[in-house]
Design a binder for this molecule. Structure first.
Ligand code: GAL
Length: 324
C-alpha cells in the first residue's frame, strides 16, 4: 500500500474516533383513548414532559401522541400506522379493553415493547386480568388498583360524623354516577365505594345508578334529573371521577342544596379544581389518581424496554384519599 494511502486511512480513523457518536433516536408511539378527557390530558402532558426531560446527549425520544377519539377502529388504525412507522416502543391507553386481544397481538407479533396504561385489559371472563399477555417480558400494565379508589370514597363517607345518614333514617341513600361501564375503573369504583360502607356495618339504599361516561356534562345532567326526582332523599352522590363530580356540583348548586350540610359529593382523580372545592367545602372528598406517578412509571418502563430489560407484569401506583 502506498504511503499516501496509509496516511489517508490513518486520518479517517483518527477523525472517526474524535467525532462524537450519533445520539440514538428512539421512536415512541403513544395512543390515548381520547384527548377530550380531563384526567388523561394531565396524564399525557406529564408523560411527554417527563420523557423529554430524560433525554441525554446519547439518547433522544421522538414522541408521537395520537387521539383515539374513543373509537376502537380509529385506534386500531393508529396502531397499524405505529407498526409501519417502526415505533421502538408503544404506550397504549386502550379504547376498549374487552376487544384488546387483536390489537395487542399485532404489537407483540411485531416484537415492539408494549406499555399498557390506565385501562387494565380484562381476560375472557371479564374479571381476571389479561395475565397471559402480561407474562410476556415485553409487555406490562401500569396503573392504579381501582378497588382502592372506590374503597377510599366509601371510607370518606363512613368517617363523617353522621356517616352520610343526614336524615337519620338509619340508611345512607345515594346515587351513583358511573364512568364508561366497560372500564374496570368504573366497575370497581362503583362496587367498592358501596362495599366499604356495607363492610363498615352501614345500611345503604341505591336510589339510582347511571352512566355518565366520565364526562362533566353528563354528570351534571344525571345529577340534575335525580335531584329533581328524589329531592332531599339523596344524601350522597358518588361519582366515579372528578369531571362528573364537577357537573354534579353545578347541579347541586342549581337545586339550592349545600354540600356538607344537606348532601355529600365524592369524586376520584383530585383534579386541581376539585381539590380546591374539597378545601372550601364544595366537595366532600376525592381520591388522588396519581397521573404524575403513573406517567413517570410508564415512561420508566418504556425506557427499560428500549434498553432491552425485561418488564414486570404490573406496575401499581397508589391512590391517596383527599379530604378537607
Ligand atoms: C380513570 C379516570 C377517569 C378517566 C378514565 C379514562 O382512571 O379516573 O377520569 O380519565 O380513567 O380511562
Amino acid at each position: 500500500m502506498k504511503k499516501s494511502m496509509l496516511f489517508v486511512l490513518a486520518l479517517v480513523f483518527v477523525l472517526a474516533c474524535a467525532l462524537p457518536a450519533a445520539a440514538k433516536d428512539y421512536k415512541v408511539g403513544v395512543a390515548i383513548y381520547q384527548f377530550d378527557d380531563n384526567f388523561m390530558t394531565l396524564y399525557r402532558n406529564e408523560l411527554q414532559d417527563y420523557m423529554k426531560s430524560l433525554e441525554t446527549d446519547d439518547e433522544k425520544y421522538d414522541i408521537t401522541i395520537v387521539d383515539g377519539k374513543n373509537d376502537m377502529a380509529e385506534q386500531s388504525n393508529q396502531i397499524d400506522n405505529f407498526i409501519t412507522q417502526g415505533m421502538d416502543v408503544i404506550i397504549l391507553n386502550l379504547v376498549q379493553t374487552s376487544s384488546a386481544d387483536a390489537i395487542i397481538d399485532k404489537i407483540v407479533a411485531n416484537e415492539i415493547p408494549l406499555i399498557l396504561i390506565n385501562r387494565e385489559p380484562l381476560g375472557d371472563d371479564g374479571d381476571e386480568s389479561y395475565a397471559g399477555i402480561l407474562d410476556n417480558a415485553n409487555v406490562c400494565y401500569v396503573g392504579a388498583d381501582a378497588r382502592q379508589s372506590g374503597t377510599y370514597q366509601g371510607e370518606i363517607v363512613a368517617e363523617l360524623e353522621n356517616h352520610g345518614d343526614i336524615n337519620g333514617d338509619g340508611k345512607i341513600s345515594y346515587i351513583m354516577i358511573e364512568g364508561d361501564p366497560e372500564n374496570i375503573d368504573a366497575q370497581y369504583r362503583t362496587e367498592f365505594s358501596v362495599k366499604a360502607l356495607v363492610d363498615a356495618g352501614f345500611e345503604v339504599e341505591e336510589l339510582d345508578d347511571q352512566v355518565g361516561n366520565w364526562a362533566q356534562a353528563k354528570g351534571q345532567e344525571i345529577a340534575a334529573n335525580d335531584l329533581s326526582k328524589f329531592g332531599d332523599a339523596i344524601e350522597v352522590i358518588f361519582c366515579n371521577n372528578d369531571a362528573m363530580a364537577l357537573g354534579a356540583a353545578a347541579a347541586i348548586q342549581a337545586a339550592g342544596r349545600k354540600v356538607g350540610e344537606d348532601i355529600y359529593l365524592l369524586g376520584v382523580d383530585a383534579l386541581a379544581e376539585c381539590v380546591e372545592m374539597v378545601e372550601n367545602g364544595e366537595m366532600t372528598g376525592t381520591v388522588l389518581n396519581d397521573h404524575i406517578g403513573q406517567s413517570h412509571q410508564a415512561v420508566d418502563a418504556a425506557i427499560a424496554a428500549l434498553h432491552g430489560e425485561e418488564l414486570q407484569n404490573y406496575y401499581w401506583v397508589d391512590y391517596v384519599k383527599v379530604t378537607k
